[in-house]
Each structure stands twice: as C-alpha cells, then as structure tokens.
Design a protein around this ligand. Structure first.
Ligand SMILES: Cc1cc2nc3c(=O)[nH]c(=O)nc-3n(C[C@H](O)[C@H](O)[C@H](O)COP(=O)(O)OP(=O)(O)OC[C@H]3O[C@@H](n4cnc5c(N)ncnc54)[C@H](O)[C@@H]3O)c2cc1C
Length: 320
C-alpha cells in the first residue's frame, strides 16, 4: 500500500513541469542526477561507459533521455543525439549499443517518420560497429513502451532485422501476448531483452499481480533458454534487478548448456549495482542501461519511486 502511494507521488513529481524545471536547474540535485544518469552530452556518456567497463567490467547501453515526444524539433534533437552517441562510441573498443523508444523518434507525429529515423540510426550503428570488438553486442535496442505501440514496435524491429540491420527487441513479461511474441523472435534467431514491464495493463491483456508477472517471467526465461532457442542462434537478455530471477536464469543457462557470454543480464545505472558486480565477478556478462541528456528528472524520480527505500536519496539531495 505505502509502496504504491510512494510510486504514485513520484510519478506526479515526474510529470510536473515546475518541479522538473527546478530540479533540472538546481545545483543541489547534482548528486541525485549522477546516481541514475550520466550527466552531459554523448561524449560524457561514453566516458562514463568507458569507466564502467574499465573499472567494473560492466558493459553499457546508452540512452538519450526524452520520451513521448510530439514536437518535431525535439524529435530531431533525439535523432541527432542517438547518431552522436554512436559516433562517440566508434573506435572506443566498447559495445556500440544504443537504446531507443519509438516515441522518441517521432512515432506520435507520424509512424512513417519514426520508421525512417530508426532506419537511419540503425544504418549509422551498423557502420559505427564495423571495427568494434567481435565479441561485443552491437545493436540498436528497441525499448518497449505502452500496449498501444507494441505491434508497431515489433513490426519495425522485424523490418530492420529483415534488411540485415543490427537490432534487438524488448518484450514485457506483464503482457499475456509476450509468450507468442517471444516464440516468433526465437524462431527468427533474434536478440530479446526481457523485462517485467513498467506499465499497467487491464486483466484482459496483462498480468496485474506481481506474483503472476514473476511466474510469467520464469516461463518466458524457460523458452529463452530452450534447445530450440539455442539451435536458432537466439540471444537471451534478462533485464532485472530481481536476484531470484537472475539466479533462476543462471540455473536455466547451465542446464541448457549456455555458456556466459551467449546470453547477458541488464540492469539500470544506479540500481542494485552490487548485484551487477557480483554477477560480473561470477563470470557473467552484465550491461547497464546508461541514460544521458538534459531531461534527467522525470526518469530519475521514476526510479526513486520504484523503491520506497530510495526516499533517503531524494531527502539527501534536497537538504544538501
Ligand atoms: C535494462 C532495462 C531496460 C528496461 N527497459 C524497459 C522497457 O523497454 N520497457 C518497460 O516497460 N520496462 C523496461 N524496464 C523496466 C522493467 O520493466 C521493470 O519495471 C523494472 O526493471 C523493475 O523490475 P525488476 O525485475 O528489475 O525488479 P522488481 O521486482 O521491481 O524488484 C527487484 C528488486 O530490485 C529492487 N529495485 C527495483 N527497482 C529499484 C530501484 N529503482 N531502486 C532501488 N531498488 C530497486 C526492488 O526493491 C527489489 O528488491 C527496463 C529495465 C531494465 C533493467
């Protein structure tokens, strides 16, 4: 009950333009920002990714902040930032791995425009990864947003993949349709990042109880590590901070003969990093989702809302 109230309060803060303006311009909030996002531009984000890899063996997926954008100028800014970060990753020896939301690149304005932008970004990524280390995962990862864009996101992903462009797809365990969507991706031999889902759906289309979402996550992980998936060249990515699910994943991987590196874990920058480091120490491949850019407050306050124990982060940043 308290956790839900806390999360609703943080979502309200994320949506308030006045609070956002104050937080993003006040100097006292820098500590809070630096916990969940890499501050600055593409060059700063790549520097943070280099430090994570050098010091902790953690790989990164870079994400320029700004979602559900409905102004052409902001769409152009998002596309330019994705291109810039791909160029900045070039030649660093890091994975050329960038995440993108469909609504960042114009889907709300014109789905065809978003498709063209994704095409261009994926081509830039393909070229940027030409001399990148062969053992890395160099992809444009399509994040998954609310249920209204799932069909369109999958169709765009499949179109890009069919043209040989380096793309991967996020699927959400809270949606009942995901089992079928995952099976289709396994047959294609694609790469899927499985998450629980940051949205709420009606019971007709979604699991609404945490226990049911978790149980579905397990069923989907079973499929991701099946013999069929291995034979198809599928690449499983399990994105969670849930230590029981990471343990379950490792058990399934071992049972199915998947060596570390033939799959990976992914977590968010600033969330349960000791778990990420422990997995790396045990030989697993772990990636962090590293957001960067000006609009850091809505993203960060949603992360704070995901765990009431994060209240101290907010308090500390405001009292200095
Ligand atoms: C790399 C990555 C990419 C993602 N991409 C998408 C996407 O494209 N679409 C989408 O809908 N969702 C996405 N998500 C979010 C995801 O759907 C979940 O909402 C989120 O990860 C929480 O679920 P969980 O499995 O990590 O753990 P939970 O079951 O929520 O929590 C497990 C443990 O981690 C702790 N924890 C979780 N979050 C926090 C936090 N912020 N601070 C401190 N502790 C925390 C919990 O308290 C608990 O102890 C992504 C998540 C990750 C890690």
């Amino acid at each position: 009950m308290f956790a839900r109230l806390w999360q609703s309060a943080m979502i309200a803060l994320a949506r308030s333009p006045r609070v956002t303006h104050f937080m993003q311009t006040a100097r006292i909030t820098a500590g809070l920002r630096d916990r969940f996002v890499a501050s600055g531009d593409a060059t700063d984000a790549v520097a943070r990714a280099q430090a994570l890899f050098r010091d902790q063996g953690l790989r990164s997926s870079l994400f320029y902040l700004g979602e559900y954008v409905d102004q052409p100028a902001l769409v152009d800014e998002n596309v330019a930032a994705k291109q810039a970060v791909i160029q900045a990753l070039r030649g660093t020896g890091l994975d050329v791995h960038v995440s993108v939301d469909m609504t960042q690149v114009g889907h709300l304005l014109d789905p065809a425009l978003a498709a063209r932008h994704l095409d261009t970004i994926a081509e830039t990524l393909r070229d940027g990864a030409a001399d990148a280390p062969p053992d890395g995962l160099h992809v444009l990862m399509l994040d998954m947003e609310d249920p209204s864009v799932v069909d369109a996101t999958i169709a765009l992903h499949d179109g890009l993949a069919d043209r040989g462009l380096p793309v991967a797809l996020t699927l959400q365990a809270y949606l009942k349709r995901t089992e079928a969507d995952l099976d289709a991706q396994i047959r294609r031999g694609g790469a899927v990042r499985l998450v629980k889902g940051a949205f709420v759906g009606t019971p007709a289309i979604a699991y609404t109880r945490r226990a049911d979402i978790k149980a579905n996550s397990r069923r989907l992980i079973d499929r991701m590590f099946s013999a069929e998936a291995r034979a198809a060249g599928f690449y499983p990515i399990v994105a969670t901070h849930d230590a029981r699910l990471t343990a379950y994943t490792r058990e399934r991987a071992r049972a199915g003969g998947w060596p570390p590196g033939s799959y990976e874990f992914e977590m968010l920058l600033g969330v349960r990093e000791p778990l990420a480091r422990a997995l790396v120490a045990e030989g697993e491949r772990v990636r962090l989702y590293v957001p960067f850019g000006r609009d850091w407050w809505p993203y960060s306050v949603r992360r704070i809302g995901e765990n009431p124990a994060n209240a101290w982060l907010l308090t500390r940043s405001l009292v200095g």
